[in-house]
Design a protein around this ligand. Structure first.
Ligand SMILES: Nc1ncnc2c1ncn2[C@@H]1O[C@H](COP(=O)(O)OP(=O)(O)O)[C@@H](O)[C@H]1O
Ligand SMILES: [Mg+2]
Length: 242
């Protein structure tokens, strides 16, 4: 089982929507996929028909002392989502410690996961981009970023790390600023910038309205095709690590 972590250089870059689309596209490429939401905002589930008031999730289960794997939902055979769950304000203060508990909680369960899935995807909150054990442990780290000046400044501040890859999201090729920033990053980041971008596409917003990843909501859309290309890139990177 290989792991990919998705984390925004800041919030609102499209990390969760992009990960949902890529998870579904990896499944279409015959991977057995588990998507885990590590964000207390608990939004990943909404991309797969979940409800905002649904309390079930791995963090909720850990806080309640129940087995966390029971919070996973099967979407299709070989495609599962594990929501974060709902926590109250006080419980949320513990949220940054919880992923460590997830790893340490049950070695037998982790071994079972390894047998059941070929890829696990993590949706990590942007606050953890520099300082998370999940980032360090994952086989592939994808930092999502818009090609805008604020993200440019944030990206420049990240400590260098050759293992980190960058994915431009909500890309609008009509925007000269975005084209220029993409060129700048191509020269600065070289192979660490993914060759494929996620284009700005209204289908992504509509897909969330219909609670489906974009590849299921509108398979012929530009964003769905981007997700397919990025999933194929991820699959070949992960295979090269075997
Ligand atoms: N490629 C895209 N094109 C257009 N809108 C997008 C795209 N990706 C995400 N969005 C929209 O941007 C908003 C934030 O997306 P979200 O995935 O929740 O970001 P994050 O997880 O980084 O906070 C949502 O309204 C989503 O529908
Ligand atoms: Mg998110």
């Amino acid at each position: 089982m290989k792991s990919i972590v998705f984390c925004g250089v800041r919030g609102g870059t499209g990390t969760t929507s992009t990960m949902a689309a890529i998870g579904q596209a990896l499944h279409a490429l015959d991977e057995k996929v588990l998507m885990i939401d590590l964000a207390p905002s608990n939004l990943l589930n909404l991309h797969f028909g979940g409800s905002p008031t649904e309390t079930k999730g791995w963090a909720r289960a850990l806080v309640d002392g129940r087995p966390w794997h029971e919070a996973a939902t099967e979407l299709q055979p070989g495609l599962h989502v594990l929501p974060f769950g709902l926590l109250n304000q006080t419980e949320r203060l513990r949220a940054p410690q919880l992923p460590r508990l997830l790893w340490q909680s049950d070695a037998a369960r982790m071994a079972a996961l390894r047998a059941q899935y070929s890829v696990v995807l993590f949706d990590l909150p942007s606050t953890e981009v520099t300082n998370s054990s999940v980032m360090l442990r994952s086989d592939l780290q994808i930092v999502t970023t818009e090609a805008d000046p604020a993200s440019c400044a944030l990206l420049a501040k990240l400590p260098p790390d050759k293992r980190r890859h960058y994915l431009i999201t909500r890309y609008d090729p009509v925007s000269r600023v975005q084209r220029d920033i993409r060129l700048l990053w191509q020269s600065r980041l070289g192979p660490n910038l993914l060759p494929q971008v996620m284009h700005r596409d209204a289908s992504m917003v509509e897909a969330l309205c219909s609670k489906a990843p974009v590849g299921r909501y509108r398979p012929e859309s530009l964003a769905a095709q981007d997700a397919q290309h990025i999933a194929a890139w991820c699959q070949s990177r992960l295979r090269s690590l075997e």
